[in-house]
Ligand binder design. Structure first.
Ligand code: C5P
Length: 292
């Protein structure tokens, strides 16, 4: 597991990063009886992160730097901590302080990543009561994207997101991420796509081969997200951001997850930074990052 190496562990405190993800591809295969959708998606961690500080405590408490975020069981980190203590049988608690950098309602997996990092950090803080396998199973209960956020790097996700096949790490790609003001509710977008046929599916076989070969041109030729057209109806700026990214030198540009954030891949950090200038006056959430 990725994050266990990146924590600062101080006995009663763990300080850790929770990285955002992008979906290089996202395909929806079918709807299940429980309302979830079977997906196939190539997922990638990026260097945009929330910072999380977790201290041992008697009860579970969550605090964030954003006033409007829930700090009760509706917060994914809270839900993760609760499940951890239930499963491990430990009667302790944790104080979880989250400094959010990853925008909310963006399709960047910020909440899921906070949940994943909380599970990993608590397991370390309390002396590894759960095996990696148990922790992964718990992650799937916290949310569909949480297992990937726990694994990190590059992976092909199946099932509802919990079946993961690790791919060759696709590190060091320069990416620009821009999120329009509108935040997106994931269930709403999944409902919308039930009502219309998907016109074009990504070719995940080609994407996986491109990643295994480190072929950036082919990676860029294969980015495709079937949720984009549904989200664009809620947030028409997405099409404009994609067009602007391409005008500004992106090798490709696509929406991540259920949106509303858009990513573009660039030949260099300099190109990504230059393109970012096109967006600063219009959007608050503009991030030049690399894949990790
Ligand atoms: O698991 P998570 O809470 O992240 O999912 C949020 C919502 O997104 C689900 O309640 C469901 O409506 C939708 N979803 C889905 N199929 C997936 C993942 C999420 O329908 N594979």
């Amino acid at each position: 597991m990725k994050y266990s190496d990146e924590c600062i562990f101080k006995g009663d405190r763990v300080i850790t990063k929770a990285y955002a993800k992008v979906n290089l591809t996202l395909d929806v295969l079918s709807k299940r009886d429980d309302g979830y959708h079977e997906l196939e998606s190539v997922m990638q961690s990026v260097s945009l992160f929330d910072l999380i500080i977790i201290d041992k405590s008697d009860t579970i408490r969550v605090k964030t730097n954003l006033n409007h975020l829930p700090t009760n069981e509706n917060n994914i980190a809270f839900k993760a901590a609760k499940l951890f203590f239930e499963k491990s049988g430990i009667s302790g608690g944790a104080s979880v302080l989250i400094h959010k950098n990853i925008p909310i309602g963006a399709g960047l997996g910020g909440g899921s990543s906070d949940g994943a990092s909380t599970l990993i950090a608590l397991n370390r803080l309390y002396g590894y009561p759960l095996t990696d396998d148990e922790l992964f199973k718990l992650a799937a209960k916290v949310g569909a994207d949480v297992p990937f956020c726990m694994l990190g790097s590059t992976a092909l996700a199946g099932g509802i997101g919990e079946k993961l096949k690790k791919l060759s790490p696709c590190r060091g790609l320069n990416m620009l991420i821009v999120k329009p003001k509108v935040s997106i509710s994931t269930p709403e977008i999944f409902k919308l796509i039930d009502s219309e046929p998907i016109k074009k599916h990504p070719n995940n076989e080609e994407m996986v081969a491109a990643i295994e070969n480190g072929d950036i041109e082919k990676i860029c030729a294969n980015t495709l997200n079937v949720l984009r057209y549904a989200t664009q109806r809620r947030c028409p700026q997405i099409g404009g951001i994609i067009a602007e990214m391409k005008k500004g030198g992106a090798l490709c540009s696509e929406m991540t997850g259920s949106g509303s954030a858009v990513f573009g891949i660039f030949s260099s950090a300099r190109d990504a930074d230059e393109c970012a200038k096109r967006f600063y006056s219009k959007y608050n959430d503009v991030y030049s990052v690399i894949t990790v």
